[in-house]
Design a protein around this ligand. Structure first.
Ligand code: G3H
Ligand code: 13P
Ligand code: ZN
Length: 312
């Protein structure tokens, strides 16, 4: 089947109490690892591309890699999504260039300006059969070259969501309930806790509307430990507990964004490989197990966190 939008996927996920995994792609091995996992588990899938990914790999290469995955995985619906679109022009370029979904992230702008920019993207996207994710509230962490310090982040204000969605016309909404980007989400030694009260109030105000969670890597200890054991230096890396993500998926969260965990799996695998086989220099020797590590990580997310296996 050709690339699809997320409309049907989100409806089924909302009603079924599960979420769709949105995984970031930057090269061929990452695309292959993710899509092979989803194909084997018959799981609907969102592949997302950031501004940084487009700068690294080039728009055309990424679109063609995803189109190849669509041919290789005829049994599952796949969405090609722009992650954190910074402005109208970037969203337009992706809409014109084959994406089926875009995010306009104007969450750092004042409320009225966020609505105005989002509405402009929605009008253009909907005219071209593309859906739009917007964001209200600010996550801490690093996205491309934008760093948000935790003291500058803010939870979504539930009392703003109805006006935002009705005036902007967005198709899904990313909210801030305590997740953040990257591998250092919570202070080591403290108990991570997402604000389910905020999520529940947002859902009460937007019944049936798909909610998105960014910054949803769990930063598994075993991978951080392996990275540190084989020459890395990632002290104090902490992620979102997987049981809290599972609970969010049972509520109104229909899309869960995961990037850092794939980076950790790949890096841990490659560091271990070089430590144990220092004479290897053929990239296939270390990229093959790295691709498998991504596949294993995504399979685990699909079954144990998202609950979206056999939902295609
Ligand atoms: O939200 C950020 C994603 O992990 C993408 O990261 O901007 O470094 O490609 P990136
Ligand atoms: P993580 O850094 O937690 O993987 O979040 C990724 C993300 O939100 C991409 O938009
Ligand atoms: Zn994000």
């Amino acid at each position: 089947m050709p690339l699809v939008t997320s409309t049907e996927m989100f409806k089924k996920a909302y009603d079924g109490g599960y979420a769709i995994g949105a995984f970031n792609v930057n090269n061929m091995e990452i695309v292959q690892g993710i899509t092979e996992a989803a194909r084997d588990l018959s799981a609907p899938l969102i592949l997302q591309v950031s501004k940084g990914a487009r700068a690294y790999a080039n728009h055309t290469y990424l679109v063609k890699l995803v189109e190849a995955a669509v041919i290789e995985c005829p049994n599952i619906p796949i969405v090609l999504h722009l992650d954190h679109g910074p402005d109208f022009e970037t969203c337009k370029s992706c809409i014109d260039g084959g994406f089926t979904s875009v995010m306009i992230d104007a969450s750092g702008k004042p409320f009225a300006e966020n609505i105005e920019i989002t509405k402009k993207v929605v009008e253009y996207a909907h005219d071209h059969g593309v859906v739009v994710e917007a964001e209200l509230g600010t996550l801490a962490g690093i996205e491309d070259d934008v760093k948000v310090k935790s003291e500058d982040s803010s939870y979504t204000h539930p009392e703003e969501v109805e006006e935002f969605v009705s005036k902007s016309g967005c198709d899904s909404l990313a909210i801030a309930i305590g997740t953040s980007h990257g591998a250092y989400k919570f202070k080591p030694g403290t108990k991570p806790q997402l604000r389910f009260d905020v999520l529940e109030e947002v859902s009460r105000r937007l019944p049936g509307f798909p909610i998105v969670l960014h910054g949803s890597s769990s930063v598994p200890k075993e991978f951080v430990e392996k990275i540190n054991k084989f020459g890395g230096n990632m002290p104090g890396a902490v992620g979102v507990p997987e049981d809290q993500l599972r609970h969010a998926a049972e509520l109104s969260v229909c899309k869960i964004n995961i990037d850092s965990d794939l980076r950790l799996a790949m890096t841990a695998c490659i560091r271990e490989h070089f430590a144990e086989a220092p004479s290897d220099f053929d990239p296939r020797q270390y990229l093959k197990p790295a691709r498998q590590a991504i596949k294993d990580m995504v399979s685990h997310k699909i079954v144990d966190v998202l609950g979206c296996d056999h939902k295609a």
